[in-house]
Write a protein that binds this ligand. Structure first.
Ligand code: ADP
Length: 506
């Protein structure tokens, strides 16, 4: 490469490899640095002939090389031809000064070498600057995804809550209920895509925190399979479950492990024709690990795609995938979750049309040594609670109030921070359910104002599901955090697990 501005030749990448002389020169210069002085026969790039050279190492690590080694030196050699070799030999890290023996040429060479070093420094600064820009852009992308997901989730909230409440309402005729179920499923699907985007940013920033406990892998797998099987929206291929593992307890985050199971089973269903078959089986590996295999007879995976499908946004055959939809995030998230649990996830397929097998392995733990937590807490009797609902989104507020009142609770509404604090201080409430973004402030401020003066338990309601948001709600005094869209059942459960006795005793 010729840098016109500097008027010198700069080493091209791989220069050292392409010019055999560079290696000899490199050895010579290194010996010169070691011994301060070195003499030898070296070939010169243009002539191809060897010349006698003498090299002196200066204290600053630069090297002065004399070609010919005598005062009456060869004439007509362009010094700039040698500079790239020397620079490449030192990989641009040290300045090599070369001279043909006369002082003028030595000076000229030294100047050129300095210019070369300065241009390397500039390149390094630019590189650092570009890296910084890239890091800033990445952080901006994460923030954008968090805000985007919040904005996308908020309007889903009332739809999902209304749909799940109507679905169980006996007064709604069955044919309409089927449509409502369809609406709920589609909204849930959209919420899942948004969740995947959020998960991806968390994983990329190592922000996923596992809520570990000892769980029965078989129970989780059965539940996940039942959910996929129970989806009335689709006629699907037969799913056979064979639970063969004898050691099936694992130390992990049940919600995250189920997420991996769902992803694998849903993919198997998605990519297998109706007359195909899906076998989900468990066994213990030779090392005793709990192994889940999801085997399907579906469209299979081409060998070149096998390693790529675990990358984010990567899908197998793009034409086929366009027909199936999806963002290509499920496997990337599942892979990271498997690793976080100290496990592995891999795919096998004999090729397109040959079906696929996904193998998910997790370390198994000894069952007898542990006291298992009950799968579901004992149901608590539903009593009337006095609820202060703080929500500025009028439709969401009205709908939630209606649902909660129907459930037998007493609800007061506030649409902003000021009213919420005034109401909360004036009346006795059992529970404060608050959105976090309010027109005149935040839900955090509401909770902070009420926490010492009211006995109400706080439930934060927000579309932001990032870990930092959850931590912040806890710091502000909320005891529960529900990420939008919350379905009605989850809201009821959260409310009803807050014991009324807590208030009666005080
Ligand atoms: P998505 O399903 O949303 O595209 P995933 O990350 O779950 O994203 O899967 C990535 C890709 O891996 C899919 O698009 C598909 O090409 C391939 N794949 C996953 N599971 C299977 C399967 N059981 N059979 C064939 N291909 C699969």
């Amino acid at each position: 490469m010729h840098d016109r501005e500097l008027g010198i030749l700069l080493p091209a990448p791989g220069f050292q490899q392409t010019l055999p002389e560079a290696k000899t020169w490199c050895g010579f210069l290194e010996r010169c640095l070691e011994n301060s002085f070195q003499e030898g026969e070296l070939s010169f790039p243009t002539s191809g002939a060897t010349k006698h050279v003498t090299g002196f190492a200066a204290e600053d690590g630069s090297v002065v090389v004399f070609l010919g080694g005598k005062p009456e030196l060869d004439q007509g050699v362009d010094i700039s031809l040698l500079l790239p070799i020397l620079a490449a030999a030192f990989e641009g890290e040290r300045i090599a000064t070369v001279a043909e023996g006369t002082t003028t040429v030595a000076k000229q060479a030294a100047t050129q070498a300095k210019l070369l070093a300065a241009s390397l420094d500039r390149a390094r600064i630019e590189l650092r600057h570009t890296l910084g820009e890239a890091r800033r852009a990445n952080a901006a992308k994460d923030r954008f995804l968090a805000v985007l997901s919040h904005e996308l989730r908020t309007p889903l909230n009332p739809v999902l809550m209304a749909a799940s409440a109507m679905e169980t309402d006996p007064n709604i005729p069955p044919e309409i209920r089927a449509d409502i179920s369809m609406i709920r499923r589609n909204v849930e699907l959209e919420a899942r895509l948004i969740d995947d985007l959020l998960d991806l940013t968390r994983i990329a920033n190592s922000k996923v925190q596992l809520q570990r406990k000892i769980v029965d892998g078989h129970e989780l797998l059965e539940e996940a399979t039942a959910v996929v099987r129970g989806d009335p929206s689709a006629v699907q291929p037969a799913i056979v479950l064979e639970l063969g593992a004898t050691r099936h307890h694992i130390d992990g985050d049940p919600a995250r492990i189920q997420q991996v199971f769902w992803n694998l089973i849903r993919n198997a269903v998605k990519f297998t024709p109706l007359d195909g078959r899906i076998l989900i089986r468990t066994k213990n590996s030779e090392t005793g690990a709990f192994r889940v295999e999801v085997i399907d007879t579906g469209i299979g995976i081409a060998p070149e795609a096998l390693s790529k499908i675990f990358n984010a946004f990567e899908q197998g055959d793009t034409d086929i995938n366009r027909a199936f939809g999806g963002l290509g995030l499920g496997l990337a998230i599942s892979y990271a979750l498997a690793e976080l649990h100290g496990g592995t996830l891999r795919a096998e397929s004999a090729g397109v049309g040959q079906g696929a097998t996904f193998v998910f392995e997790l370390p198994a733990v000894e069952h007898s040594a542990i006291a298992l937590e009950p799968a579901t807490p004992a149901p608590i009797e539903s009593d009337c609670r006095r609820i202060l609902l703080v929500e500025d989104h009028a439709t969401t507020a009205a709908l939630m109030a209606r649902l909660l009142r129907k459930r037998g609770h007493q609800v007061d509404l506030a649409y902003n921070k000021t009213d919420a604090i005034a109401l909360g201080l004036r009346d006795e409430f059992d529970i404060v359910i608050s959105d976090l973004g309010l027109p005149d402030g935040t839900g955090f401020e509401v909770m902070e104002a009420l926490r010492t003066k009211s006995r109400a338990v706080g439930i934060a309601l927000t579309g932001y599901g990032m870990d930092a948001d959850v931590a912040q709600t806890m710091r502000a005094g909320f005891q529960f955090h529900l990420t939008k869209p919350v379905d009605a059942q989850k809201l009821y459960q959260t409310i009803e697990q807050i014991p009324t006795a807590q208030f009666a005793q005080e």
